[in-house]
Ligand binder design. Structure first.
Ligand SMILES: Cc1cc2nc3c(=O)[nH]c(=O)nc-3n(C[C@H](O)[C@H](O)[C@H](O)COP(=O)(O)OP(=O)(O)OC[C@H]3O[C@@H](n4cnc5c(N)ncnc54)[C@H](O)[C@@H]3O)c2cc1C
Length: 343
């Protein structure tokens, strides 16, 4: 455990903030030891995976714990199914690549999402028409309250129902917030009869560009990687955390009223509600590519806020996001919600 430790290398925004205590754990035993120490000091906890969905707005006066638990195992279920279990500290994209090498299908549309496996259930990561809930079997968690009370059954298993997944949402962002550490996640994948989903976004046209008519799961992954690399800034080059806001869902009546005023407004109907692309709203409000001080909205994707100079503070990025929220609200009467976890 180290004191007054810089978290700059552990957040993809690349902002400077220090943690009062920092430790990296590679096993459940090490994690429990660290938690016992933090409990005796009654320190607030911050778990860190890949740091690609956090914005550190100030120094963290508590115990930051980097979860570096590694290992992947599998269990063949039947001719067409396999359960693949990965520990929290495994890199997400490397897990996707591991599965594709073995020809296990289900994760290909989620290629190249930054971050770690242990965080994937937090916001039910999703891209190109797939969310992890579509292939999720279960996850093993450590119940922090039970651990504090020295309960012998602090380890629990959450199935699909218990996780209450929604759009970029799960129980871990609500009642479960701060109560559990996700230790490993199990996915149910296909071995032969794969479902190929190329309907979303530009996957089809990218496959055409690649000259592929009958795509395999590996081809879909390649197409997704190409699209993502052409559209999204690489956090290793420009600090960012991907989409900063969720796509808002508004009542159909509100959408219809907006359509009279803004005839180009886009929306994806879902019952009595319509999901509106936040990127479009932000762009229409004049923010695409705009920079204030060290912070900007990305020139190719307005939804992505970037640390444009590399010197932005978390507070500057937060304030910039507040200005976008106000501006979109003024123009459209829609309140954007941040997807990134504000620390
Ligand atoms: C360029 C870019 C593109 C992106 N594209 C997408 C996308 O297409 N779809 C998508 O869904 N997301 C996307 N993201 C967001 C991000 O990749 C995901 O949210 C990812 O799951 C975050 O993982 P992480 O390990 O980096 O999380 P972190 O940032 O380390 O943590 C996020 C939150 O989870 C908590 N946490 C971390 N690990 C655990 C654990 N094991 N148990 C309990 N709590 C934990 C942290 O305290 C924090 O509150 C993108 C990000 C970037 C930078």
């Amino acid at each position: 455990m180290q004191e007054n430790f810089s978290l700059k290398p552990f957040n993809t925004f690349g902002v400077e903030a220090s943690a009062r205590y920092f430790s990296e754990v590679t096993s459940i035993e090490e994690l429990i030891e660290t938690l016992k120490f933090s409990n005796t000091q009654t320190l607030p906890l911050l778990f860190i995976g890949g740091g690609s969905n956090i914005l550190l707005t100030k120094d963290f006066d508590g115990s930051a714990i980097l979860l570096n638990l590694k290992g992947i195992s599998e269990e063949i279920i039947d001719e067409n199914h396999v359960l693949v279990t990965a520990k929290a500290g495994e890199n997400w994209h490397q897990l996707v690549m591991y599965c594709l090498e073995k020809n296990y299908g289900g994760l290909e549309n989620l290629s190249l999402i930054p971050g770690n496996v242990g965080t994937s259930p937090m916001q039910n990561i999703g891209a190109y028409g797939t969310e992890i809930k579509d292939v999720f079997e279960s996850c093993k968690v450590l119940n922090l309250e039970k651990l504090k009370q020295c309960h012998t059954e602090a380890l629990e298993v959450f199935n699909l129902e218990k996780c209450r997944f929604g759009y970029r949402d799960s129980i871990f962002k609500h009642e479960g917030k701060g109560k559990y550490v996700i230790l490993e996640v199990t996915f149910r994948l296909t071995r032969k009869d794969h479902t190929i989903d190329v309907e979303y976004g530009a996957i089809k046209s990218e496959l055409e560009n690649l000259g592929i008519k009958k795509p395999t799961i590996q081809d879909v992954s390649k197409a997704v990687i190409n699209i993502r690399q052409s559209k999204l800034p690489d956090p290793k080059v420009i600090g960012n955390a991907g989409s900063f806001f969720k796509n808002p869902t508004i009542p159909l009546s509100q959408f219809e009223a907006l359509k009279l005023k803004f005839e180009n407004i886009q929306g994806y109907p879902n019952g009595d509600f319509v999901k509106v692309p936040a990127g479009w709203l932000i762009e229409q409000a004049g923010w695409k590519g705009r920079q204030i001080g060290n912070v900007a909205s990305h020139k190719l994707q307005a939804l992505v806020i970037i640390n444009a100079t590399g010197n932005a503070t978390g507070k500057e990025i937060f304030d910039f996001s507040s200005e976008i929220i106000n501006s979109v609200n003024e123009k459209f009467g829609i309140e954007l919600e941040r997807e990134v976890n504000i620390i």
